[in-house]
Design a protein around this ligand. Structure first.
Ligand SMILES: [Zn+2]
Length: 428
């Protein structure tokens, strides 16, 4: 028995080594996403600041972040920052005191209760569209739109492409709406408060912001030139976690990702998803990619035939749909044990069925040692296997009951990639 286990362990090691060396490095060269370009443009105009840990476009915006963005779009940043505002709210973080005070005094937001601004609550898409439509001079109180149903008007003025509400509203979506707002038509009714006190109708929002001195016309042109030049190439790193969710370790991985403001990809197992559906929901809600690793992880069954493999993937995806509570239609897969060294029939069958599969080209090697690795060793392995690689990195980790050191290693690992200039992405 012991000997057999040793052979199997060696086989796993061999598979890992093959995967690490065989993946074509030049195949990956990530470019900026549209939302990243829009965030850059807004930042250069002083309208979006991001956070100490980057733009965090994957995460949901808080109400406080949304109100701050609104004040920027109104061209009232300096007025708000001038300070001296009083407000009754006890839940406003230090950085936001002036913004909360300004919003309260100008009637932009009256909070969620007598003493609560609701600073840390999620801002919904409908709320944000309502904010932006008001910044453009449209008035729900006057009947331009219904505050809880801003979609039709928002589409008409070009803030969104479809009236179907998003399942999940992220800071990236907030950036996208804000960027589009710059060229959206202002309401022509000059009697309303958000239009300049002189009653001047500026046409589109960016002209009003230029007029107000938020930025100059030249700055606007150079900010939007980004698009003419096309997206910049970036070095992307994809942190991936296989075999979860696990009751003990997933929450710790999620906490580390949240604290450091980065997204990751979870290749979850169907049988584990059925045990911990709430953790899969949490992964999704916190802006990570939920992808499938199949249902059973039973090599014997999976690799007996392509039909077995496909039905196992389908079963895994059904478990994810059930956990999330809607047809998620996941198309991203990782082969248990990786795709290397398998008959070509398997990758072909997977591709023909409409899935994209990903192996890895770097690893925390947190499943290679029998006794388990320390957090230090995992961080060192991730760095050593990433060193010198051109292009993007897909880094393999595991999410299982015995992998608490993987969660412990994450802060150091994230810092390493950030220091090397990588942006953190999810596999799509
Ligand atoms: Zn696995």
């Amino acid at each position: 028995m012991r000997r057999k286990k040793g052979i199997r362990f060696a086989a796993v090691m061999a598979a890992v080594l093959v995967a690490l060396t065989a993946l074509p490095q030049a195949a990956f060269a990530a470019v900026q996403t549209t939302q990243e370009m829009q965030a850059d443009a807004l930042k250069s105009l002083g309208l979006f600041e991001g956070t100490a840990a980057g733009y965090q476009l994957h995460r949901k915006p808080t109400r406080m972040e949304a109100v701050t963005m609104l004040i920027h779009l109104l061209g009232e940043d300096s007025a708000a920052k001038a300070g001296g505002w009083k407000h009754p709210f006890a839940d406003v973080p230090d950085w936001a005191q002036n913004y909360a005070g300004y919003a309260y005094n100008k009637g932009l937001s009256s909070g969620v209760s007598a003493a609560g601004f609701g600073s840390d609550r999620d801002c919904t898409e409908a709320e944000y569209l309502t904010f932006v439509l008001r910044a453009l001079g449209y008035d729900d109180r006057r009947g331009d739109f219904a505050w809880d149903s801003p979609y039709a008007l928002a589409k008409r003025v070009g803030l969104i492409n479809t009236e179907t509400p998003l399942r999940r509203f992220s800071r990236g979506d907030m950036v996208s709406i804000s960027y589009k707002a710059l060229t959206a038509p202002l309401s022509s009714d000059t009697s309303i408060a958000v239009v300049d006190s002189l009653g001047y109708n500026y046409g589109v929002l960016k002209d009003k912001l230029i007029e107000k001195g938020a930025f100059t016309a030249a700055q606007y042109i150079s900010a939007t030139e980004v698009y003419a030049q096309g997206p910049k190439t970036v070095k992307a790193v994809y942190l991936t976690f296989d075999d979860g969710p696990s009751a003990k370790v997933t929450p710790r991985i999620l906490a580390a990702l949240e604290e450091n403001g980065v997204p990751a990809t979870f290749f979850v197992l169907g049988n584990m998803t059925e045990k911990n559906p709430q953790l899969v929901r949490q992964e999704y809600e916190e802006g990570h990619k939920v992808a499938t690793h199949g249902y059973s992880h039973d090599y014997k069954y999976l690799y007996a035939s392509a039909d077995n493999l496909l039905s196992d993937i389908k079963k895994g995806n059904a478990a994810i749909d059930m956990a999330l509570g809607f047809p998620y239609d996941n198309r991203v897969f990782r082969f248990p044990g990786g795709s290397y060294g398998r008959s070509k029939a398997f990758p072909e069958a997977v591709k023909n069925a409409g899935y994209t599969y990903y192996d890895w080209n770097a690893s925390g090697e947190d499943a290679t040692k029998k006794k388990g690795s320390t957090a230090k060793e995992i961080a060192a392995s991730a760095a050593a296997t990433s060193k010198g690689k051109q292009g993007d990195l897909i880094v393999l980790f595991h999410d299982a009951a015995t992998k608490s050191t993987t969660a412990d290693a994450l802060p150091e690992i994230i810092k390493y990639y950030r220091d090397q200039g990588y942006v953190f992405r999810t596999l799509e």
